[in-house]
Design a protein around this ligand. Structure first.
Ligand code: ATP
Length: 264
């Protein structure tokens, strides 16, 4: 559908026992835009991300990609929908080279991760060469080509995060899902992550689940704010920043944290 958003959720509800983690959530990622999803602790951000990736199937509601329903989505279906994700736990193969880690992401035919994509499925020498070149180009674009032959386990955390991003980007996704990509980064590293996300926006749509406000405010075209599993605000960074419901939700969070820090 030519005018459909790159990604949309309509009425998505997820329950865990008695807890409603997401309650009739609607959101859209327009093409070529960055949508931020924020919210206080326990608001439902991770659950929402997990629905988008196919880790969690909603009890109600629908998820659409370019207007087409993604019924029964599973994480290994993402490449066929031109989607890619990075996770909070980086999910890198620690004893395999950076280059090979990224090559796994380049293999759009891969159906179940490392074993099938790297070992079990025979590839022609030409395919192998193409994958390798594409992976190297992506590493170069992210400024980490020098680490291609290293194993992730030997590298600083910020570099490993870039490797995980390279693995997501190498398949040339049209929709990139980022789960807390700034966690554990210094201010300077976060700044260059922001530059990277803005550069991605030239080529794809992005959904960014993140709690670092500075980053979200800088790179997002629009923001959805969750609290107790509901969308309490939606708008541009400036609109969301001034929204009384958002201020109240975050103030409540601060107050809770302050209370938790008071010595008994
Ligand atoms: N597997 C699960 N089983 C039971 N309850 C869950 C499960 N996953 C999440 N929840 C609950 O659902 C609600 C939303 O959790 P979620 O982790 O999605 O929030 P969040 O916004 O990512 O929080 P945080 O910022 O603290 O990571 C919380 O009340 C949480 O305790």
């Amino acid at each position: 559908m030519p005018h459909a958003p790159a990604f949309a959720m309509n009425g998505v509800t997820v329950r865990f026992g008695g807890i409603t983690a997401l309650d009739a959530v609607d959101l859209e990622v327009p093409r070529g835009r960055v949508l931020g999803v924020i919210g206080p602790n326990g608001a439902g951000k991770t659950t929402l991300f997990n629905v988008a990736c196919g880790f969690v199937t909603p009890a109600e509601g629908s998820v659409r990609r370019d207007g087409q329903p993604l019924t029964g989505l599973k994480p290994h279906h993402l490449p066929r929908h031109r989607m890619a994700r990075t996770l909070q736990g980086l999910g890198l193969f620690e004893r395999v080279s950076v280059l090979e880690n990224v090559m796994v992401g380049a293999d759009r035919t891969a159906t179940s991760g490392f074993l099938s994509s790297l070992l079990a499925l025979p590839r022609s020498a030409a395919d192998e060469r193409r994958l390798r070149e594409r992976a190297l180009t992506t590493l170069d674009e992210l400024g980490i080509a020098d680490y291609a032959d290293r194993v992730p386990g030997s590298l600083p955390y910020a570099i490993r995060k870039r490797v995980a991003l390279a693995r997501a980007l190498v398949g040339e996704p049209e929709l990139l899902l980022l789960d807390e990509p700034a966690s554990g980064l210094s201010d300077e590293e976060m700044e260059s992550l922001g530059d990277l996300i803005l550069a991605c926006r030239e080529r794809m749509s992005v959904m960014l689940v993140e709690h670092h406000m500075d980053l979200v405010m800088r790179v997002c075209d629009s923001i959805v704010v969750l609290d107790f599993g509901r969308v309490i605000a939606h708008g541009t960074p400036d609109e969301v920043r001034e929204d009384p419901a958002v201020l109240a939700a975050y103030l409540g969070d601060e107050v809770d944290r302050t209370a938790a820090e008071v010595p008994r």
